[in-house]
Design a protein around this ligand. Sequence first.
Ligand SMILES: [Zn+2]
Ligand SMILES: [Zn+2]
Ligand SMILES: [Zn+2]
Length: 582
Amino acid sequence: MLEHLEELGVRQVDWVLHTHHHRDQAQGAGRLATHGARIGVPERESALFAQTDAFWRLRKRFDDYDGSSLWNTLARPVPVDRELRDHATFTWRGHELLVQPTPGHTKGSVSFLTTVDGLACAFTGDVIAAPGRVESIHELQWQYGMPDAVGAALHTVTLLAGMPIERLLPSHGAPMDDAPAALRALAGNLRALYGLLGEMRANRVWTTWPHSVDQPKSHVLPHLWANTHALSNTWALVADDGRTLLLDYGFPSWDHVFADLRFVEHTLDELIPLAGITSIDAIIPSHYHDDHLAGVPFLQARHGTQAWIHASFADIVARPDDWKLPCLLPTPIHADRVLEDGERVRFGDWSFDVFHMPGHTWYALGLVGEVDGTRIAFTGDNLLAGALSPLRAAAPIYRNRMRLDSIRVGVERLMAHEPELLLTGHTGAIAVSRPMLDDFITWARRLELAFTRLVAVPELIDEALDADLAWIRPYRLTAAPGTEAELVVGVTNHALAPAEASVTLDLPDGWMADPRTAAAEIAAGATAELRFRVRLAGDAAVGRRIVTADLVLRGRHYGQRAEAMVDVVAATQARETGQRDV
Ligand SMILES: [Zn+2]
Ligand SMILES: [Zn+2]
Ligand SMILES: [Zn+2]
């Protein structure tokens, strides 16, 4: 943009006003500031411009249940000249801009309402990208698993639709001249999504609200026991000789969430004598989330238990520092056995079919088999039934990774196995009938339709749902000044045709990358991995630095879509701890 200002007859940029903190909006702010522009930002997001070092230093990498797009914060701070308060007026050379709070796309987003050449205009950031549609969907969640941002966006859009605005000037997409109609159409589409997600909110009211200590164990079937009062349910399949297979073993209770999700042993002291357990031979976690597998390292160390981990998340739990995902357990887990899709697992006289079950997260399995004449299915957080709702998924949670059809496909795969009893992640054992699952599929299909109607480019709906269109691995590493590290940048092409991608690393001053820019052609639906060697500056100060990957895909500049944390440590410390510390 800076290069083209002269062609437009612009000699000097006085002010740049930002609608929100995302990198695609603001990554050039530092450069503009060095050219003499002053920077105005929403008061609510001021720290996300001026205090980014503190933000990144405090950013949680593990046990992180923040569903929002805060990760899309600038790598380096920019000076803030004006904090724009909600409902205040910003005046520039006789032009008055009203700062309108428009939460939704981010919590602190604002729009600027003003008159340009006699026309009432609204600069709305990422509130709307086309009549009835938004640029992307994955930002529309704040709390983990909640429809809050959709509800706030609906309120925002409804308010704007009632204002005397003639022209909408969005951050992405073309200006819109019938503003009220464009906004009303968007309100309709947001309302449809909000209604469907509301069923999930009701799902969070669970029938058992557990006590930390008094946790009665249930005898579900002659050979199947459970503690459905721990934070996530623990299931125990106990053979006649006492050999036991556990399904999920996480935190003791909800109270432990506020001890930073610290694991302490639970359930087994009582269950071992009660169920006649003689050994805990293996544990199969339903998915990679800490609340379902935090106890696995303890079982391996104290009980000699084998961890049988599905292939979709074996690397995640083995190298949690490499991944940018919510709900990661910081302690690495070594898989004693990796379960492949379509594999049959035997334990004693039982055998279970393993299948990939996306929905709640991409990184999950489903397990079905017959126990005591009942077809049981272990489905993690893909199927929960709250006190106020029918069977629904703990989804969509965009940061857990999903595609448009994930929620439906996971359950369709399950239905092919004709389950009778669901062993859920948080809502006990549920007898399941075909109509219950059909009703789930209907909900999931309606959700797919609501997503598709909401997004500006429906053919790229999977991209609109993907917070990790590009990623950097490892997500966090430690390195000493002057040393080299390898970074891999992944880019997914969600289109139906091959696409050209080019990635340029953005580095702290004095750091070098080889190559600086890498390009690839990516097949439809595939993810390309581009490799970079990064050399830290010899005089790099100790502390956390952020490296970003600037993405051009299909000729479109997406900005710094991915980031990684490099913790610069003194050379002696790097030798002592190795490249990875845990
Ligand atoms: Zn944005
Ligand atoms: Zn989960
Ligand atoms: Zn869970």
